[in-house]
Ligand binder design. Structure first.
Ligand code: ATP
Length: 299
């Protein structure tokens, strides 16, 4: 079991009556890896996360954490996990300090006070006030601290930066990267492409319950169709600009908007004989690729 993946989904599906929330999901996350999970609303991200925690049962396949079946061997699987739900609901009359102590009692060991102090400081978490009195972002900070405090080997987080200000968002991503550098596996969902690009090497994209892409960020971004704006010194003749892998999609005077599939090399060669005033990429590769996958679902 020691060389088992930190997280493994094998053919996992979940149906709610006729709604297929998740279909045949297979992927693994290694210790020390951060996997970002993207997908439009209703794609199945939360469903996958809830199956790991055995909050819902799959209708097909199996999920494992560190070799423990999440359903049949749930307590062993969950003992390794720090979990942040997407809709944080903590008992409003208790403060973070009490919740932390209770989490320690359930786990059978208190969190290391030095780690709690460091996380409290970095997340700006207020453990002394009743949770019900905290703002949304401050409640989120307490919930993130609760997920991290006991040094879990696997972190499962549903939109961890949701509701946080940009400074805290950045700090959370930094903490996740530090945890991963120490061997922790992280599985987190997000709607923010930039943070996935920043935090993860590999990304999974779900759409309508299906895995439509699972690859390194650079590979997904590199395979994308990219758009460029080219401004020339002299107008082109009226025929559309064309080259292998390059299609003209718009023209306004001397400015052309071109769509390029694959590498930019064909575009550069096609432009070489012309006098180019400026050349600008209109979207990042990942953003372009993800929007395309969200719309068409073609891997
Ligand atoms: P979001 O980005 O909006 O949080 P998500 O990717 O997390 O979306 P899920 O919450 O996993 O999506 O939902 C996947 C699908 O399962 C959706 O079609 C949703 O309507 C459906 N679903 C989720 N929970 C239930 C339920 N309890 N009963 C019926 N259908 C459900």
């Amino acid at each position: 079991m020691s060389d088992a993946p930190a997280i493994a989904f094998a053919g996992v599906g979940k149906d709610y009556g006729r709604t297929r929330a998740l279909a045949d999901l297979s992927l693994t996350v290694a210790p020390g890896e951060i996997l970002g999970v993207l997908g439009p609303n209703g794609a199945g991200k939360t469903t996958a996360i809830r199956i790991l925690l055995d909050l819902i049962r799959p209708t097909a396949g199996r999920a494992e954490i560190l070799g423990h079946d999440c359903q049949r061997d749930g307590p062993a699987a969950r003992s390794a996990v720090g979990y942040l739900p997407g809709d944080v609901q903590l008992p409003s009359r208790l403060d973070g300090g009490v919740l932390l102590a209770r989490a320690g009692a359930v786990r059978g060991r208190a969190a290391d006070p030095a780690r709690v102090a460091a996380l409290t400081e970095r997340l700006g978490a207020d453990l002394g006030r009743r949770v019900g009195e905290l703002s949304k972002g401050n409640r989120q900070a307490v919930a993130i601290l609760l997920a991290l405090a006991h040094r879990p080997r696997v972190l499962v987080m549903d939109e961890p930066t949701s509701g946080l200000d940009p400074i805290r968002q950045r700090e959370v991503l930094t903490i996740l990267r530090e945890e991963a550098a120490g061997g922790v596996a992280v599985f987190f969902s997000s709607h923010i492409l930039g943070e996935v690009e920043h935090a993860c090497r590999r990304v999974a994209i779900l759409r309508a319950g299906r895995l439509v892409a699972l690859d390194e960020v650079a590979a997904i971004a590199g395979a994308a169709r990219r758009r460029y704006e080219v401004v020339l010194h002299a107008p082109l003749p009226h025929e559309p600009f064309s080259a292998p892998g390059v299609v003209e999609v718009a023209r306004a005077g001397d400015a052309l908007e071109l769509e390029v599939t694959g590498e930019a090399d064909a575009l550069i060669r096609a432009l070489a004989p012309l006098r180019v005033r400026s050349l600008r990429s209109l979207q990042t590769g990942l953003e372009d690729a993800v929007l395309h996958l969200y719309r068409d679902g073609a891997a």
